[in-house]
Ligand binder design. Structure first.
Ligand SMILES: Nc1ncnc2c1ncn2[C@@H]1O[C@H](COP(=O)(O)OP(=O)(O)OP(=O)(O)O)[C@@H](O)[C@H]1O
Length: 660
């Protein structure tokens, strides 16, 4: 029987300006709402049926995390179940003795053994309960850790394309809750097992007293089960319907507190703007909470009324059984207790089941993510690459980003000999950074091949390829670690002496900037932490360059490494990069500063993803006036040449009237 139907829940009311703020309609039909379909199966019976599978899944996870604690939890829970049954039997015996004694108070001593058993069983039960709590407490964080490590390791392993894939990103976001929910599933599973045992105990005692009492137990607990499930389902549907709204509110609060947004929040007065939106969105979310609370109150009232009817019918039946001589008065008392604890047990079980089911949806997301991440994983192994390839050769390489019609790189062929400095130039969006990603092995060509000597990198050990590359991109990471760690992270696995780090810092011209920091190399570069400091954009770029130097790889790729540097530092940085060139290195330089390109051995000019020119500076200039490179070079050079003849005009001074 399907007890529950999907409740009617109104979608959040979002104003036009909120839609505009988040780039269009909030995506109610995406992501989290996937769970809605799972929840449609959440009937009382369906949830009970899924209990063994859900608990089994959690047990398997816990078994891998900490067997000893798991066995302890299991044994103590079984012990508590037996204790519950023994308690009811002892109560039954005590009642028999008390009723048999009648007016003879001396007869009450026959109740003493049962009383003693009750005391002992209660004490043992208390010890078992605290033992179980302690073992579950140590098991939960281990399960969370194991699941989190699985999740993070899978994130780290996947292809770049996966990280940029919208659907996969969504899965990453959803799966992050799985580890936490796996932890909670331990507690819920323990509660579920506990409820099942106490239910078996109560059911067993009722069966022994009079089999007809068992269906009455179900009659009493069914309304409560219905109520709990309905409330849970309402809450779940509401969460799923409102999830994007909640996320958007969270984004607003994150922006209001973030370090990077702090400047504009203050100077541009964005704070008040964001606060107003936050207020409006929170306000509409509050009304949904209010609706849920009212619905819950109504449901619980109806469930209690129905449960009362169930109790009434059961007691009438029990009185009838007593009057007809089918049940003793002592059995009546014991049955009343068993019905009470049984109904509490089922109530707890149903509520735990709804929690377990909800938690399992998130854990299922995590499992789903792990499978997908495996499909997207950068493969281990492959052909070994030469430590120092004589050349890197591109043959008709094309690459198109998913979701884009035009390829970012189209039919590009060239050869980079070992020991050379090459430069990639071209207008914005011409494919330079994409080509860099292909050279690093972050993406594999869609068509064509890249060979290191005679090894096709599509068949090579990609991890080995990464190990041969030192990459300094436009958006290199500013790790919130110390200055020393920010350089050392160029080779995270290598122990480095202070001297080595200082050499790299000096190479990049960052030594003086680091020396000026409050704790030198040991200064934490992250304003979000207490005691943290920060650097200017240009100083950060020098740190990035020091990191690339410390990595000491055979192919050094620098993509716009000097955009934030002052002219002196820029000149010096280019000199330093070129100084890294050697017979066993390849330097790939991507920049719009044409003056820096002049000294490259080979210059490759890209336009709309195609290679349109290649050669040395002199060769490309020899092709004037058709050379695109020469045109770009002259255009930039002219800006400087004109300066002395055309001084930058100053602001016009307002006419100031002389005071009389
Ligand atoms: N991650 C991405 N996903 C989808 N398209 C991308 C991505 N990165 C770049 N593109 C597109 O690929 C094309 C080439 O971009 P690329 O970043 O390689 O150019 P670029 O020459 O490095 O540009 P710039 O000089 O502005 O840095 C552009 O049309 C760009 O919009």
């Amino acid at each position: 029987m399907r007890i529950l139907r999907r409740p009617r829940i109104e979608e959040p009311k979002v104003s036009e300006s909120e839609l505009e703020l988040f780039g269009g309609p909030l995506r109610y039909d995406m992501g989290w709402s996937k769970h809605e379909y799972a929840r449609l199966d959440l009937t009382l019976w369906g949830a009970l049926k899924s209990l063994p599978r859900l608990v089994g899944h959690t047990i398997a996870l816990a078994w891998r995390a900490d067997r000893r604690s798991l066995v302890t939890v299991g044994a103590t829970e079984v012990g508590q179940g037996i204790a519950a049954a023994l308690k009811l039997l002892a109560v039954n015996a005590a009642l028999h003795a008390v009723l048999a004694a009648g007016a003879d108070v001396r007869g009450l001593r026959h109740a003493l053994p049962a009383g003693a058993v009750l005391v002992v069983v209660n004490s043992v039960n208390a010890v078992l309960a605290s033992w179980s709590t302690s073992a579950a407490g140590s098991l939960e964080p281990k399960v969370e850790r194991a699941a989190s490590e699985q999740y993070l390791a899978a994130c780290e392993r996947v292809e770049m394309a996966a990280i940029e894939d919208g659907a996969f990103r969504e899965l990453i976001d959803r799966a992050q809750y799985g580890a936490n929910e796996a932890r909670h599933m331990i507690g819920s599973s323990v509660s579920a097992i506990n409820s099942v045992f106490s239910l078996i105990a109560s059911g067993g005692v009722l069966l022994a007293l009079n089999p007809v009492l068992l269906p009455m137990l179900i009659l009493i607990v069914a309304p409560r089960g219905w109520g709990v499930m309905r409330v849970a389902q309402q809450r779940y549907f509401s969460t799923m319907t409102w999830i994007e709204h909640l996320r958007a509110s969270r984004v607003l609060s994150t922006l209001l507190t973030s370090v990077t947004a702090a400047l504009e929040v203050r100077v541009h007065g964005v704070g008040g703007f964001l606060l107003r939106h936050f207020h409006r969105m929170s306000h509409s979310a509050e009304s949904e909470q209010e609706r849920l609370a009212k619905d819950k109150a109504r449901t619980e009232l109806a469930a209690s009324a129905l449960q009362g009817v169930g109790y009434l019918l059961t007691f009438m039946l029990m009185i009838g059984l007593c009057l007809s001589g089918h049940m003793s008065v002592a059995a009546f008392g014991t049955a009343a207790m068993a019905l009470n604890s049984g109904s509490a047990g089922i109530g707890a079980l149903v509520s735990t089941m709804s929690q377990l089911h909800e938690q399992s949806l998130y854990v299922h997301d995590l499992a789903d993510f792990l499978v997908r991440a495996d499909d997207w994983a950068i493969p281990d192994g492959g052909l070994p690459l030469p430590d120092r390839p004589r050349s890197i050769r591109l043959d008709m390489v094309s690459f198109r980003y998913p979701g884009r019609d035009e390829p970012a790189v189209k039919d590009v062929s060239f050869t980079i000999p070992l020991g050379s400095v090459i430069a990639l130039v071209g207008p914005n969006g011409s494919g330079k950074s994409t080509l860099v990603r292909l050279l690093c092995g972050l993406h594999l060509p869609g068509e064509g091949h890249i060979h290191w000597d005679d090894i096709n990198i599509a068949e090579a050990d990609r991890h080995q390829l990464f190990a041969h590359v030192s990459l300094l991109t436009q958006s290199f990471e500013r790790w919130p670690f110390t200055a020393a760690a920010n350089i050392r992270i160029g080779q995270p696995g290598r122990e480095a002496t202070d001297d080595e780090l200082r050499t790299s810092a000096a190479y990049a011209g960052a030594d003086r900037d680091i020396a000026a920091l409050p704790r030198g190399m040991n200064t934490l570069l992250g304003k979000q932490f207490r005691g943290g400091s920060d650097l200017s954009g240009g100083q950060w770029q020098k740190i990035g360059l020091a990191r690339a130097h410390f990595r000491d790889a055979c192919m050094i790729i620098v993509d716009e490494p000097t955009s934030a540097l002052d002219p002196d530092a820029e000149q010096r940085a280019f000199d330093q990069i070129l100084a890294l060139a050697g017979p066993d290195r390849i330097i790939v330089l991507v920049t719009h500063r044409m003056a820096a390109v002049r000294h490259a051995d080979l210059i490759f000019v890209l336009d709309e993803g195609r290679l349109i020119e290649q050669g040395s500076h002199a060769e490309l200039f020899a092709a004037e006036p058709t050379s695109r490179y020469a045109h770009m070079y002259r255009l930039q050079a002219e800006q400087y040449e004109h300066l002395p003849h055309h001084p930058v005009p100053g602001p016009a001074r307002p006419a100031v009237a002389e005071p009389n």
